[in-house]
Design a protein around this ligand. Structure first.
Ligand code: IPD
Ligand code: CA
Ligand code: CA
Length: 279
């Protein structure tokens, strides 16, 4: 498919399709968990991957391939995905079948199915399903964000001292002292911190105002793409607190992301950039 053909794509139809698919995938993730016996393995010896991650990934990919055979994929679980270095001009789906696997296997509710649709260089549609809470977050570029069909907005907390800030950590230990030091600086200047275990979940909670800010150093496009659009469409400010060390496409850059309600953005941004300089 070329750029011209992208002009025929109906984003409303994509949103509907992605929402139904994320709901179906979420039901499957819950069913597999309830049935027990999740096969577990480790990627690069530290990153947990279960039979449910692979099963849900296949379910999503097959459904997209059937409906949109010419579209590209970037998914966490498919080896050698066609769009490993996507330009996002061609219609491309960015998928994390289960974001928050470590908590998912332990029966936590903080895990999500994250599906983003991109073309013309932009994330156009984002859908994040948190099946354990029956919460479906959705957004279409320029049209706002919703939770179960109702419009959502970021919080109105005016200062960082009153803010709840979420963050996350990579699966391995590399750099953990640096991350802990930065977290300490943030904690000194906010009300409290949270670590849900799912980046997509954190972005959606910024979007609906349950937390005020989220930052993380090492995340990937599939963790962020859908939630980034949802947060921005709900009024969040989004940026990066360190230089791009992985040469990622800006639209889906994961490295050193920070997102918050616009009122506290400058405060958190300045703490994060100052700690980067001093570490
Ligand atoms: C992880 C989650 C977590 C974040 C990690 C991610 P996964 O994704 O989003 O919150 O801190 O950086 O790798 O492995 O559960 O899909
Ligand atoms: Ca993830
Ligand atoms: Ca995942």
């Amino acid at each position: 498919m070329n750029k011209e053909m992208a002009a025929d794509i109906d984003l409303q139809e994509i949103l509907q399709f992605a929402s139904e698919l994320a709901l179906k995938a979420g039901d499957r993730a819950l069913e597999l968990r309830d049935a027990g016996d999740l096969g577990q393995d480790y990627k690069e010896s530290v990153e947990l991957v279960t039979s449910a991650d692979l099963d849900v990934s296949r379910l999503i990919e097959r459904a997209i391939q059937e409906k949109y055979p010419e579209h590209l994929f970037l998914t966490e679980e498919s080896e050698g995905a066609e769009a490993a270095r996507p330009d996002l001009e061609t219609p491309t789906w960015i998928i994390d079948p289960i974001d928050g696997t470590v908590g998912y296997v332990r029966g936590h509710f903080q895990f999500c199915i994250s599906i983003a649709f991109c073309m013309r260089g932009k994330i156009q549609v984002g859908v994040v399903n948190c099946p354990a809470l029956r919460e479906l977050f959705t957004a279409t570029l320029g049209q706002g964000a919703c939770l179960n069909g109702q419009r959502i907005q970021v919080s109105s907390t005016a200062i960082l001292k009153n803010s709840l800030v979420a963050t996350g950590f990579p699966h391995g230990w590399e750099g953990i002292d640096r991350l802990a030091k930065r977290l300490g600086e943030v904690r000194k200047q906010c009300r409290d911190v949270r670590r849900s275990g799912s980046a997509a979940f954190d972005l959606c909670w910024v979007a609906c105002g349950r937390i005020d800010a989220y930052y993380e150093e090492i995340v990937k496009a599939w963790d962020l793409a859908a939630g980034k659009l949802i947060a921005i469409e709900a009024g969040a400010q989004y940026g990066y607190f360190d230089e791009d060390r992985r040469s990622e496409l800006l639209e889906i850059r994961g490295y050193a992301s920070v997102v918050s309600n616009p009122k506290v953005y400058d405060e958190i941004f300045s703490i994060l950039t100052n700690t980067v300089e001093s570490l």
